[in-house]
Design a protein around this ligand. Structure first.
Ligand code: AMP
Ligand code: TRP
Length: 339
């Protein structure tokens, strides 16, 4: 019997994976692999909640899986899989839909933000957090390592789980905890430090550091980063200094140094120009080995598919029996095989 804590997390294959995703989420997944039992899912069904180009989505799904492997997700330690390969997620979502009050979903910040940006809002966008709750609870996960922006969805998952347990069977679902990192939980856009660095805005040059960007592109994005009219290079929560604070936060998260060490590294800087180049250099150096591994993985599609097929099998072995139990306690007739 394993006594390891079980971890579940997911990442959408739409848009460009960026340094915020890495520092807010992926890094914790890699670091926790030895002591935790990890399930990491490329959530392609979640991406369908806003319009996608089919060819692009298919490419991005495999590409993201390769980035995760290249970033240190080890398939011998972590179950890495594509959400749509395991049908329990969509089915579990339906069952949870039937115990989730509509008002809970209408209150979600992400739904309000995203629906304001869409001309026509699909049902899937409203239902997004219920699918996320199914993802997590079908695996009896204890922990959900995510960036700050996902805290509300994990809290909703807890509420849905508690409601289900109350209606059907106490302690049926494990009620998961969100795990938010101390550093890098919320990277801001380089072009606008008042908005979160985001995958959808990452198509705009200079907004994000995309994990697959060439060194000269990374340098260019940092050089153009918005700062302020002052000269002081120190951590601060002054909204005026949000740009500098974001740059220092990136440097800190990438190097693992303490605040005073980070400030000391820039004590002799001649201005923000030096800060920007200094941060770009550590980021470029940090990403280089990952980028080389990514290229090798993308050159061997059969191996990538093999890893994902094994992941899907392992994931189904855990979530399909849980789904069956859900159906049973909800009063559905379980199918009996005909042979
Ligand atoms: P998403 O890009 O929405 O698929 O998010 C994947 C993971 O990255 C989630 O755990 C998010 O919380 C995290 N994340 C997304 N954007 C940021 C950001 N700007 N800073 C830190 N973490 C982020
Ligand atoms: N909604 C998450 C995001 O945008 C992705 C996600 C889907 C997820 N299912 C999950 C995260 C389950 C953690 C656990 O980042």
């Amino acid at each position: 019997m394993t006594t390891k804590k079980r971890v579940f997390s997911g990442i959408q294959p739409s848009g460009n994976i960026h340094l915020g995703n890495y520092l807010g989420a992926v890094k914790q997944w890699v670091e926790g692999q030895d002591e935790k039992e990890n399930f990491i899912c490329v959530v392609d069904l979640h991406s369908l909640t806003v319009p996608q180009d089919p060819v692009e989505l298919r490419f991005q799904t495999r590409s993201l899986a390769a980035v995760l492997l290249a970033s240190g997700i080890d398939p011998d330690k972590t179950t890495l899989f594509i959400q749509s390969h395991v049908t329990a997620h969509a089915e579990g979502c339906w069952l949870l839909n039937c115990v989730t009050p509509l008002g809970w979903l209408q209150r979600m910040t992400q739904f309000k933000d995203k629906s304001a940006k869409q001309e026509s809002v699909g049902m899937g966008l409203l239902d997004y957090p219920v699918l996320q709750a199914a993802d997590i609870m079908l695996y009896d996960a204890h922990e959900v390592p995510v960036g700050e922006d996902q805290k509300q969805h994990v809290e909703l998952c807890r509420d849905i789980g508690q409601r289900f347990n109350h209606i059907y069977e106490e302690e049926f679902f494990i009620i998961p905890e969100p795990k938010i990192p101390q550093d890098g939980a919320r990277l801001m856009g380089l072009d606008d430090p008042t908005v979160k660095m985001s995958k959808s805005l990452a198509y705009t040059r200079g907004h994000a550091v995309r994990l697959l960007d060439e060194p000269k592109e990374i340098l260019r994005s940092f050089k153009k980063a918005v700062t302020d009219s002052g000269r002081e290079i120190r951590f601060s929560d002054d909204p005026e200094k949000a740009g500098v604070n974001n740059l220092l936060g990136i440097y800190k998260a990438v190097t693992g140094k303490a605040n005073d060490e980070v400030e000391a590294d820039f004590a002799n800087a001649r201005g923000y120009g030096d800060l920007k180049v200094g941060v770009a250099e550590v980021v470029i150096e940090f990403l280089a080995p990952m980028q080389a591994r990514y290229k090798a993985l993308m050159d061997d599609p059969a191996e990538l598919d093999r890893i994902l097929a094994i992941g899907a099998e392992q994931a189904a072995a855990v979530s399909m029996p849980k789904l069956r139990q859900m159906k049973e306690i909800m009063g559905l007739v379980l199918p009996v095989s005909s042979d």
